[in-house]
Design a protein around this ligand. Structure first.
Ligand code: PCD
Length: 793
């Protein structure tokens, strides 16, 4: 009824995948303010929950007095960690197998940690009552710097863990240390560079929140929550709270962005569940912006030492890195169990090397937990930044053009599938044409000529390159699981008698347009127009099990499931068609939307005719059940490896050290492109993320552990004013193992853009003899770099 005209099949009926102008089905409701987000959920009798948070980073809790808050006329309940402990709910598992306090019992371990909650008749009363709670803290020395955490004299943050005597989270290594050492020893040139990827925050437009509704009579829990992984969350709630899984329904309604920050289970979700159980009423919890920035999952926070070895004429031989990873107070990283450092192993980049080695130590600090994959398939952002900065450092030392150095070392098309020195099997790639395309759009040679002229006039113009390969689509269940749950995805397709269809996905959308693109995939396979295919997602009662949307896995995993489930339905349709046309199956030919008898296109039946027959009266061929539907659980054979070539042009004001991104060229290769307009939007968003991280964003702390990025006045995120008009292009190298050849793309630009921007800034500063400067390249940092001042630690 309220169908967007352009969501219909339009001019390109025969080509739903790759349709250049198909608008998003979900936009009419978003544009008209009809989206339904968590905070839009209103239930009769609903109460409101607010969380009291620690003002200090590290302290023992001496006492908590809640009596004044309890006396507030509108307050229904006040709950502390001690009360949760009695229910066995004070601690919960994190997705990486650590435990995290739901409410602090013994100590607070970061500023902003959850200490108590109030449930009241309205949001304002709940917040007011927080002020009436009196907590006495006994201050402890905070450990803020990851290097200090390693010091044997540093206080032990996680003394809750049995026998824990230090702040180690894990040690991890990959690659071949001895082989790498040998290559380094024999190499003409070796370059070492310290590189920091600062702590940043996904900062989605919508903060986190939930509405829990526990029905005491039948023991059912319905939870609306801002989650990117409703099924995985449901299973964990069942395990943690002991509620039977079939009585829990998790609904992830429209989400105002996730960017990895909505993968973890946050204490607030659990608090709202407890509150609803305790009060017998529905309870809503919604964070404010500062709570979101100071307590939900941060990203990055890697201190890296990178080394690269090469021949004098620019043949890269090996890379080596030593990483100190800051994981905050609880290990809240979400990554497949076998990969404590995520997919950082792809730090060898797009180059054909002889050896590689990485050693990593992760530590606890008195900072918010996280390590979420913010637009990053599990630490690939850090890996790509490391290698792309190192290659530029090498180019600087060899006095080589950074593009020439990259092209010289690319893995060649005939080498795919290519096994890297750290064991990753890149499925497909053809790098040089992608690089050349970016150079062509940029007018690379002209830009370099212009730079020479400008430099002669004392102007600071920089050109930065980055070339990335990502590993997205986790993952083959044989080696990827989260807390024992295999990373496969279910999909179910039903075709109704009138030929309209509904496809149910285990992944859900945070804004990237699945209601459109999954309809396109199914349409391509069974020939029903996308407008006639409804996509259901984000509700555990309505969809098959699967692990959720992150790591750009929806297209590689769920997208494959959608294509295959549609093929399964088509196979059944073929059997029915053979009965209808009275020919054998082998004599039928499929042409988008109908079967016809080979050699006689006039004898045909459409998928709609077949759907009606499948549900109708009359005989079906022997052994064929009625109905037209199928279900599948897809376990990917491998990850998909999209790649891209980015070129950034910056100008720096020599008087203020302000960086202006003048141009940005992004050529992405994500294999078969389902919806080019959506891909472009994804790329624009990711590039904007990149400008933020490279030039503006950092969650910093003072020495007491006060978060200095707790509001959007202090934590700067980019707006349209800071970004140029993006210039995009693409190449297509299909994935050989994906049924339609598609690779993920949602995070590509966030991963690939920061090194291009930093490389451009460092290139602009070349006249000052600078080889590296750390993000964020704010005017003050650039100013210091220009004056040779030491970089901040
Ligand atoms: N596509 C197409 N084609 C191809 C690929 C793709 O078309 N070839 C499209 C699809 O369909 C979708 C999109 O595009 O729609 C995306 O995809 P992907 O790549 O697959 O991805 P996904 O899974 O879906 O998603 C996820 C991502 C991520 S991950 C992130 S961060 C971000 C992105 O997504 N986030 C977001 N993007 C976005 N957007 C929005 N709007 N919002 C958000 O939130 Mo992570 O891990 O979580 O960190």
């Amino acid at each position: 009824v309220d169908q967007h005209p352009a969501a219909a099949f339009e001019d390109n009926d025969q080509k739903p995948v790759g349709h250049g102008r198909m608008l998003r089905k979900e936009d009419p409701r978003f544009i008209r303010g009809k989206g339904r987000f968590c905070d839009d959920v209103q239930l009769p009798g609903m109460l409101h929950l607010a969380i009291l948070r620690s003002p200090v980073a590290h302290a023992r809790i001496v006492s908590i007095d809640t009596s004044a808050a309890e006396a507030h006329p509108k307050v229904k309940a006040v709950v502390t960690g001690a009360a949760l402990a009695e229910m066995g709910l004070a601690w919960m598992p994190t997705l990486s197998g650590d435990v995290q306090a739901v409410l602090a019992t013994d100590k607070v371990r970061f500023q902003g940690q959850e200490v108590a909650f109030v449930v009241a008749e309205d949001r304002y009363a709940a917040r007011d009552a927080l002020e009436l709670i009196d907590v006495e803290y006994d201050l402890l020395e905070p450990v803020i710097d990851a290097r200090r955490a390693l010091d044997p004299s540093a206080p032990v943050i996680r003394d809750d863990l049995d026998g824990k005597r230090n702040n180690h989270v894990f040690d991890w290594e990959t690659g071949d240390e001895a082989a790498t050492e040998a290559v380094f020893a024999a190499a003409d040139v070796a370059v070492t560079q310290d590189i920091v990827y600062p702590r940043v925050h996904p900062a989605p437009m919508e903060t986190c929140g939930s509405v829990a509704d526990y029905d005491r009579i039948d023991g059912r829990l319905t939870l609306w929550s801002t989650t990117q992984a409703p099924h995985a969350h449901r299973t964990l709630y069942a395990i943690v709270a002991g509620l039977p899984e079939h009585k829990i329904r998790v609904i992830s309604p429209d989400l105002g962005g996730g960017f990895g920050g909505k993968v973890p289970i946050y204490p607030g979700y659990v608090c709202s569940i407890v509150a609803s159980i305790v009060t017998g009423k529905p309870v809503k919890w919604m964070e404010d912006r500062s709570e979101n920035l100071t307590s939900t999952g941060f990203a990055r926070d890697y201190i890296m030492r990178g080394e690269i070895a090469a021949t004098r004429d620019g043949r890269i031989l090996a890379v080596r890195t030593n990483v100190l990873a800051d994981h905050g107070a609880f290990n809240g990283v979400a990554a497949p169990v076998k990969y404590p450092a995520g997919f950082f192993g792809v730090f060898t980049g797009s180059y054909d090397l002889e050896a590689a080695y990485c050693k990593m130590t992760a530590v606890y600090t008195n900072k918010a937990p996280g390590g979420v994959a913010y637009a990053c398939s599990f630490r690939i952002t850090e890996a790509v930044y490391l290698i792309e900065r190192l290659v530029d450092c090498l180019a600087y030392e060899l006095k080589m053009d950074p593009v020439e150095l990259r092209i010289k070392n690319f893995i060649q098309p005939e080498q795919f599938p290519y096994k890297t020195k750290t064991g990753w099997v890149y499925d497909s790639g053809d790098y040089e044409p992608t690089m050349r395309k970016a150079m062509e759009i940029a007018g690379y040679d002209e830009l370099r000529a212009e730079q020479v002229e400008r430099r002669a006039r004392g102007e600071l113009m920089g050109i930065g390159i980055s070339f990335f390969t990502e590993a997205v689509g986790a993952g083959p269940r044989k080696d990827m699981d989260i807390l024992g749950l295999g990373m496969a995805d279910g999909c179910e397709l039903r075709v109704h008698p009138t030929g309209k269809a509904v496809v149910r996905l285990s992944v859900q959308s945070q804004g990237q347009g699945h209601e459109t693109t999954f309809a396109q995939i199914v349409a391509e396979e069974i020939g029903i127009p996308p407008a006639d295919i409804d996509v259901v997602h984000g509700d555990t009662d309505q969809t098959p099990f699967g692990l959720g949307t992150y790591g750009s896995r929806s297209t590689p995993v769920s997208g494959a499931a959608a294509a295959l489930v549609a093929r399964k339905v088509r196979d059944k349709a073929r059997l029915i068609a053979s009965g209808m046309l009275e020919v054998s199956v082998a004599d039928l030919e499929w042409q988008k939307g109908s079967f016809h008898v080979k050699g006689d296109p006039t004898k045909s039946v459409t998928i709609q005719d077949i759907a009606m027959r499948a549900h109708g009266a009359g005989d079906l061929p022997e052994g064929v059940e009625g109905g037209l539907e199928a279900q599948i659980c897809y376990n990917p054979e491998n990850l998909t490896y999209p790649h891209g070539a980015y070129i950034c042009v910056v100008d720096i004001d020599p008087g203020t050290a302000q960086v202006k991104v003048r141009r940005f060229i992004a050529v992405d290769d994500c294999g078969t492109r389902i919806n080019p307009m959506i891909i472009e939007g994804q790329v624009h968003g990711g590039l904007t993320d990149g400008v933020g991280m490279a030039l503006m964003e950092m969650i910093a702390f003072d020495e007491d552990g006060n978060c200095l990025g707790g509001s959007l006045m202090d934590y700067l995120i980019p707006t349209s004013l800071e970004v140029p008009d993006w210039e995009t292009g693409f190449t297509v190298t299909p994935s050989p193992h994906h049924p339609i050849g598609a690779k993920g793309v949602g995070e590509s630009a966030t991963v690939g853009s920061p090194p291009a921007i930093v490389n451009a800034v460092v290139d602009a500063l070349k006249p000052f003899g600078i080889r590296h400067a750390d993000m964020p390249l704010t005017p003050s940092r650039v100013w210091d770099a220009m004056r040779g001042a030491p970089q901040p630690p």
